[in-house]
Design a binder for this molecule. Structure first.
Ligand code: GUN
Length: 273
């Protein structure tokens, strides 16, 4: 059984990005819009800031209050779109319910959309015009490839259908010739489906939900969940219960999360080279 080391691989990718940033000879700046005070988002944004700085990318944080107005956010994004010194724009999700998320994301210029969440960039991915993808989906593929896990022809089950994770992960896996089943909260007999997976990708946001009863022997389990239970981070997979049954499993923390930030840095670079 292999426990995937996200930290080591992320460090490797970060040093490659740092090298490329140096060669680029152009100052890069990521602008992050953070709305409200979601504690998890605060942590994610701080991680993004540190990682940017580590590889020589400048970071600008723009904060809005929980009860901010749609138009103020839109106006700010339009300003950032125009600024040549801003290389990438990211709106940290989730945002408060009173805001129109789709309109906000689609205001970001596709050329600065480092999260690949605009209609234009997401549509290109869906149609197979581009490989540029949301960071978590790219992270899942990178983990499989770097761990020498064959994707072609394999039965892959993705649990979770969000635009941020499940949907783009399904698209990238399909492009890599996997046979993908996408499950979600309304799926019936989930266990029966996940048990057939050679590769199981879980992004449901329920702490330790996936136990060994859901997992095929010697399969690969990728845990995208980040939950906090009694002050401790854990994934959507019950790691201790499942690990012995797998060929490879990603831990939380130290798995997908580390890789997602590394792929964000890669995305910034991709849009600016
Ligand atoms: N919230 C959780 N993950 C992400 C991410 O990758 N991008 C954004 N914008 N928000 C997130």
């Amino acid at each position: 059984m292999i426990i995937f080391d996200g930290k080591a691989l992320a460090l490797n990718i970060k040093s490659q990005v740092a090298e490329s940033v140096k060669k680029l000879n152009k100052k890069l700046t990521l602008a992050v819009i953070l709305i409200g005070n979601n504690p998890a988002s605060e942590v994610y944004v701080r991680n993004k800031e540190k990682s940017c700085k580590d590889v020589g990318i400048d970071f600008e944080l723009i904060r809005f209050s929980e009860n901010c107005k749609q138009n103020d956010v839109i106006k700010k994004i339009k300003e950032l779109n125009k600024k040549i010194e801003i290389s990438g724009i990211l709106v940290q999700l989730p945002i408060p319910n009173h805001l129109n998320e789709r309109e906000i994301l689609d205001t970001i210029s596709a050329k600065k959309d480092v999260d690949c969440l605009t209609q234009e960039n997401f549509g290109r991915l869906a149609l197979g015009i581009s490989d540029f993808a949301p960071c978590t989906a790219s992270a899942v593929i990178e983990i499989l490839k770097q761990s020498n896990i064959a994707i072609q022809g394999k039965k892959v089950v993705v649990v979770g259908r969000s635009a941020l994770v499940g949907l783009p992960t399904q698209m990238l896996l399909t492009r890599n010739n996997a046979t993908v089943t996408l499950c979600h909260s309304k799926t019936e007999k989930l266990k029966k489906i996940t048990k057939k997976a050679d590769i199981l990708v879980v992004a449901i946001g329920k702490a330790k939900y996936i136990t060994k009863k859901y997992v095929k022997k010697h399969s690969v389990v990728i845990d995208v969940g980040i939950n906090r239970v009694d002050g401790k981070l854990c994934g959507d997979v019950d790691f201790e219960n499942v690990k012995k049954k797998t060929h490879l499993i990603t831990p939380v923390p130290g798995g997908v999360g580390q890789m997602t930030v590394a792929m964000l840095l890669k995305n910034i670079l991709l849009l600016n080279s």
